[in-house]
Design a protein around this ligand. Sequence first.
Ligand SMILES: [Mn+2]
Length: 308
Amino acid sequence: MRPDGDCISSQFALADILAGCGAKEVVCLNQNPLPYLYENFAYGSKLLNASEFADTSFEIVTVDCADYKRTNLELCARFPAPLGCIDHHATNDTYAQINIIDTHAAATAELIAGMAFDEGIHVSAENANRLYMGIVMDTRQFTTSSVRTQTFEIATELVKRGADAAWVAVELYQRERFEKMKLLALYLQSMTMHLDGRVCIGVLPADAYTSTGAEKADSDGLVDYARAVNGVEIAVLLEALPNGVKGSLRGKGPQYMVNDLAAKFGGGGHLAAAGFTAEGYDLNTLYPKMLSLIEEHFQNLDKLNSKI
Ligand SMILES: [Mn+2]
């Protein structure tokens, strides 16, 4: 569902690795279309719609997916016992027969690259580019708290094997659609400071996509602009959906545990980056609720800190 760069890179890299190891046929499945930003990384294997895939002679391996239901409900029904799961989300509930979960990995691509290196599996220059892209995306160019020494070691190894850091940067950061910039302008306009400047919230109204011509995936990363403001500790993007609100949360560090806030609306994610979809809300009802939950969250965090 709504695959990000790490997901796409992990899918196509693993498909390439498995094909190289002798798998008869490997296909990649998603229920949403491929974001255009990653189209130059998504080749070599077929990309099919998860809701239509019914060939049960295949085994399912998920990547970068904490919750099996996010692949596609029809797929889950047809393949109730997935063979494998490779992931780095703390909220992964190990739903597969073989679960390879490393919550310290900065990206699933980092985990897959490390596994390939450990096993002495050939990593082509194309695959090195892919895996490098996944790491760059999930670490926001090596700037997240999830970055560790292994992240750099694995990235170095990928560059040695042919990953082109400058090419990947142009692909990811210098090909924005103008419509996305207009969506960003809407978000920036809406940004409002709260709680003595510790919180910045911005919203995208229901007509944000039709008025700008942007795509759904174009909202990825907008919330980082709210977090970029000096003094902001928690940043929020609230996006109106036909029957609810999609929220993205960012903390200025893992100590903000924004996944706890996302969990209040049935979501989850990482300590510094989390999201949710709250059904039955609109922007007018969710906004004040989110603000009071964050206020309460700060009080709890302050209590926690004073105990230490
Ligand atoms: Mn990831």
